[in-house]
Design a protein around this ligand. Sequence first.
Ligand code: ATP
Length: 243
Amino acid sequence: MSDSIQLNHLHKNYDRFALRDLTFSIKEGYITGLIGPNGAGKTTIIKMIMGMVHPDQGSISIFGQENSSDEASVKDRIGYVSDENFFYEQLTLKQMKKVIAPFYSRWDEEAYRKYLELFKLPELKKIKELSKGMKMKFSLAVALSHGSELLIMDEPTAGLDPVFRRELLELLSEHIQDEKKSILFSTHNTADLDRIADYIVFINDGRLVFNETKEALPEKYMLVKGGKELLDRDVRKWFTGIR
Ligand code: ATP
């Protein structure tokens, strides 16, 4: 089994440590869920993979290429989904798509039209008129339409209504089965992980706590106990338990 991404001994210090000696990999063809409390370092990791933040020490290998986050040929192969995106707020979705599509060598207009319809995205509305959830959907439609082999998603289910959240999770697990994509997504929601993640990367205070298949999680970290999902208060205990 090969790795889509290998993070090696990453350090990042702002006024305090955001990441400390962080090493883990994202397996090709699997869904990896990144979880941890507020401030654990999830967004910092995602921004580093996307070349938006640079590590103080350590390296990142993407598709076997060391420190390649800034290269267009690598960016082309990664779909980035976030509500904090690069869209121009003043443009309509239709105008924005015209700006974005030429950047990608494998843009699939047919797939894009399919996702526009599926996500009920209003092409003639301006980006600034979209809700957080709609922006996430537009970001996802773009990511799924440029033939990316790896999807990197920063809290894709945050701000989504329950119906679309369920549809999104279904879409992601079907997508990965059909097209053998790799997905890294961050979340605070253990039910998301329970539903679709193959691997769970748990970070706390910038350090890796574990990177395991869901089945291999130690008993104290189990997401499901006796077939019952952990409640929010249990999740808090779960986080406290590892400090
Ligand atoms: P959340 O779940 O709240 O989104 P997170 O796990 O994504 O949190 P990060 O946003 O990666 O966490 O932040 C990790 C740490 O780095 C936090 O202590 C945060 O305050 C700090 N940090 C992140 N970005 C910056 C920045 N640009 N300048 C200073 N500190 C930062």
